[in-house]
Write a protein that binds this ligand. Sequence first.
Ligand code: IMP
Ligand code: MG
Length: 183
Amino acid sequence: MDQQDLGTDIEKVLVAEAQIKHRLTELAADIDRDYAGEDLLIVGVLKGAVMVMADLARALHSPVRMDWMAVSSYGSGTKSSGVVRILKDLDTDLKDQHVLIVEDIIDSGLTLSWLLANLKSRGAASVEICTMLRKPEAAKVEIDVRYVGFEVPNEFVVGYGLDYAEKYRNVPFVATLAPHVYS
Ligand code: IMP
Ligand code: MG
């Protein structure tokens, strides 16, 4: 899928496909170095993190384990509700495991600070965070995010896993939508 397929739906491309690919290679190199000689479990947060999980995992040079969690903090709209629910839990016991949470985006940081505390309480040896995108609001919460792909402005974005009303997740770049899409 490319920009032409989307007609007038896209307002502005914020992060191009090639930029994402290049940045993932850099992040993977950092992760390979930081976890050298350790077993690593990467945990993807559904559904938004599917693209970054698939691409990041394949850019790594060591055989990691992969597991998935689904939590909800947003409805079908564009505002964070602050309420986090587990919709699907991990299959893996985290006791003494090195865990890397992989996220699509950190906006308010509410979801992630909750998730971080939740996974740490299960006895993991370490829990770190990798996010493809981070918005400025995230600076207000005290969470240490070790790996960040790109900083994006405080606008609602879609693509590379991120949706608006469950659509546009399969857009291979990150973009804002034209106003007519919301009306
Ligand atoms: P937070 O709890 O406010 O940090 O938001 C966490 C989740 O909200 C992310 O993992 C996304 O699923 C969703 N989200 C936040 N900002 C956006 C956006 O701009 N577009 C699409 N989804 C978003
Ligand atoms: Mg998400």
